[in-house]
Design a protein around this ligand. Structure first.
Ligand code: HEM
Length: 124
């Protein structure tokens, strides 16, 4: 499946399920929990969801509201070592299982998250 066809395949609801399942795990996580804004987890959830929606063929709400993603730069304030990266992927993989998306969408997301998460590592 082409990346830009994913939005049509799973709709807004698919992204909501995935990102909701990810963020439900964040507050209780010993590595990631303290990094995310406890008072604005709903906002963080919306930012990731809107980014993914725009990246995979849906409306460009993220860019309209936040501008160019520049994700590596935006992650610099957080200490992301390989342990944090691997934990992020672990939570996202659990969220992917819970969201039960079509197999090709699941595979495309896994590949994308794996690559982007590796790019976010900014501490050794
Ligand atoms: C490698 C491990 C990662 C860690 C520890 C991490 C951590 C964080 C944290 C703490 C925030 C701030 C939450 C907020 O207020 O929005 C954030 C924001 C964000 N992250 Fe990550 N992240 C990781 C990987 C990723 C990946 C792989 C993606 C994309 C697929 C991503 C996309 C985003 C987006 C779009 C935002 C919002 C940026 C903004 O507009 O300010 N992150 N991340």
């Amino acid at each position: 499946m082409e990346e830009l066809e994913i939005y049509d395949a799973i709709g807004e609801a698919g992204f909501e399920r995935l990102v909701g399942a990810f963020y439900r795990q964040v507050p209780g996580d010993d590595i990631l929990g303290p990094m995310y804004p406890a008072e604005d987890l709903a906002g963080a959830e919306e930012r990731l969801r809107d980014f993914l929606v725009g990246r995979f063929g849906g409306p460009q709400r993220y860019i309209e509201q936040r501008g160019h993603p520049r994700l590596r730069m935006r992650h610099m304030p957080f200490q992301i070592d390989t342990r944090a990266r691997d934990r992020w992927i672990q939570l996202m993989n659990r969220a992917l299982i819970e969201a039960a998306l079509p197999a090709e969408v699941n595979a495309a997301f896994r590949e994308f998250f794996d690559a982007v998460a590796t790019m976010m590592v900014n501490r050794s």
